[in-house]
Ligand binder design. Structure first.
Ligand SMILES: NC(=O)N[C@@H](CC(=O)O)C(=O)O
Ligand SMILES: [Zn+2]
Ligand SMILES: [Zn+2]
Length: 425
């Protein structure tokens, strides 16, 4: 399927340089060669960033199509400026075989408004007992490179070591949901501290994350393999990452938009919208996470878009499902917390939300420069555009949106994937 050429005029690249962009046959072409009757998009005053890449999306298909599908999840992704998402393995059935991974990849090709790269489970059924078919998933047509038991921690040290050893052969990466189940047990649902005590909610101590990360970076050093840390939420984890990177250990990490903006204070009204794993943390952690994203200790932003049906969220706080949606608001939250605060320039946003996540996931057609010959994946951004967030105004099937009612930057004006518009305002 070919899309007619599009000429985008007046945009600026993340470094501020003006650049006209011709999208033709799925790639960028020389604007001077544009046909006279080409479709034009006036991007005067807008920034053009490479299409965003989300390392951490829960698409819920197969199994929970009432909460999200590949179609609706990638529509929401396109609206958020994304041209690729990594689809987490905690579906039903779990993505723990080559067939299951190929099924998700095929759904992506059929229904996707963005590239869908399946994440493979590390252990069969996410049970933490036996390694899944990592090699078969990697060598399958789905070409899986990222493996994660997300939702669960691979807490058995020996199994984690084996998994790291295994993926080295095909430059795979183990993405760990770092949570020691002995320190943050089944009832842990709120950062352990004054607020959890006052509200009577099970405490999730910060060290339950950082102790696992400290172990894992040493296993990554031992095996010479790549480790990725999902949704970093504590200052202690940032310290461990700094130390490990200083030693040259191959570790990368992501932070979610919600951990950059929201704090434990949000849960004091017992609203389960704010129940998420790992939990929202106090201010001093949020400050450390912002600093770490700015200085590169944290490599990427990952949304952990976790849609849930109303009947899974509308319970007492302790009983509700963990997770919040995030694809449509991610760039706005990063603009508010990192750009408008002066911590990062838009050029850095492009690195943390496109270039680095594409490199970590091994997606060779994503996170590329906006240059002639490269795949035409981009997002047009209006840095001054703002809106009041409305949970009901969404392309996702779920409405567990923690920003409802907040005024936030809403910078995405249009998204193009493989040269065609997947979202336009
Ligand atoms: N983040 C969450 O709170 N929930 C995720 C699982 C996870 O990322 O651990 C989910 O699948 O709902
Ligand atoms: Zn997780
Ligand atoms: Zn997740």
């Amino acid at each position: 399927m070919t899309h007619p050429p599009v000429l985008i005029t007046g945009a600026r690249l993340p470094d501020g340089q003006p650049r006209d962009l011709l999208l033709e046959g799925g790639r960028f072409a020389d604007p001077a060669s544009a046909p006279a009757d080409v479709r034009r998009v006036d991007a005067d005053g807008l920034l053009a960033l490479p299409g965003l890449v989300d390392l951490h999306t829960h698409l819920r298909e197969p199994g929970r199509e009432d909460a999200e599908t590949v179609r609706t999840g990638t529509l929401a992704a396109a609206r958020g400026g994304y041209t690729a998402v990594l689809a987490m393995a905690n579906t039903s059935p779990v993505t723990d075989t080559a067939e299951a991974a190929e099924h998700v990849a095929a759904l992506g090709r059929r229904d996707g408004c963005a590239q869908v790269a399946p994440v493979g489970a590390v252990t069969k059924g996410l049970a933490g007992e036996e390694l899944a078919e990592l090699g078969l998933m990697a060598r399958s047509a789905a070409g899986v490179r990222v493996f994660s038991d997300d939702g669960h921690c691979v807490h058995d040290s020996r199994l984690m070591r084996r998994a790291l050893e295994y993926v080295r052969a095909f430059d795979g990466v183990i993405a760990q949901h770092a949570q020691d189940p002995r320190l943050a047990g089944p009832d842990a649902c709120c950062h352990e501290g004054e607020i959890s005590g006052r509200l009577g909610l099970g405490g999730w101590p910060a060290v339950a994350e950082s102790t696992i990360v400290a172990r894992d970076v040493q296993l990554a050093r031992l095996t010479g393999s790549r480790l990725h840390v999902c949704h970093v939420s504590t200052a202690e984890t940032v310290e461990v990452l700094r130390w490990a990177k200083g030693l040259g250990i191959a570790v990368t990490a992501e932070v979610t938009p919600h951990h950059l903006l929201l704090t434990t204070d949000a849960v004091t009204g017992y609203d389960p919208t704010f129940k998420v794993n790992p939990p929202l943390r106090p201010d001093e952690h949020v400050t450390a996470l912002r600093q770490a994203l700015a200085d590169g200790t944290i490599d990427a932003v990952g949304t952990d878009h976790a849609p849930h049906a109303r009947h899974d969220k509308e319970h007492a706080f302790a009983d509700a499902a963990f997770g919040m949606v995030g694809l449509e608001t991610a760039l706005g939250v990063v603009a508010a917390t990192m750009v408008e605060t002066g911590l990062m320039a838009w050029e850095d946003v492009a690195v943390r939300m496109s270039t680095s996540p594409a490199r970590i996931a091994g997606l060779t057609d994503q996170g590329r420069p906006l240059a002639v010959g490269e795949p035409a994946n981009l997002v047009l951004v209006d840095p001054s555009r703002r809106t009041r967030v409305d949970a009901a105004d969404t392309l996702s099937l779920s409405r567990n949106n923690p920003y409802h009612g907040l005024e936030l930057p809403d910078p995405v004006v249009a998204t193009f994937w493989q040269g065609r518009p997947t979202f336009t305002r």
